[in-house]
Design a protein around this ligand. Sequence first.
Ligand code: FES
Length: 164
Amino acid sequence: MHPQPTAPQEGKKPDYSQIDMFIQQYYPDGKNCLIPVLHTAQNLYGHLPLPLLEHISGKLNIPLSEITGVVSFYSFFSMKPRGRHLIRVCLGTACYIRGGKKLVDHMLSSLKIDIGETTEDQRFTLEIARCIGACGLAPAVMIDNKVYKQMSPAKMDALLKQFR
Ligand code: FES
């Protein structure tokens, strides 16, 4: 489950003191810590909006372009708010061949969103993964931190009912 950040009030500067404290406590020299800092920031604030990345860039003295490059490279980072649950359908080779594409098509039409988008009720965000280590029991899907194997559209429908 992903924490839901409170939207900053209009005209008010976002409060990033928690990530400042994390950096101060664990990486006071600000060196070799970009990935753990981004991880912690995403856990604290739910996603990584540009003002937060600018703040981290200033704190760690790392160019913003380098930071946005890292954020877009790793699929577990997101600059957009995500829903309460993150669904990642695997489209690695084994899963693709064994029905992953059909699963994705099913999710697109049942959730009525595109890849990378979040449902209107903020319940689910849909993303694609490239192998989540369950190739032997493909197709696999990851929801939040749990892997579900040998999935089918019907199994997905039943499973998603358990998530609020
Ligand atoms: S290809 Fe999907 S789990 Fe490996």
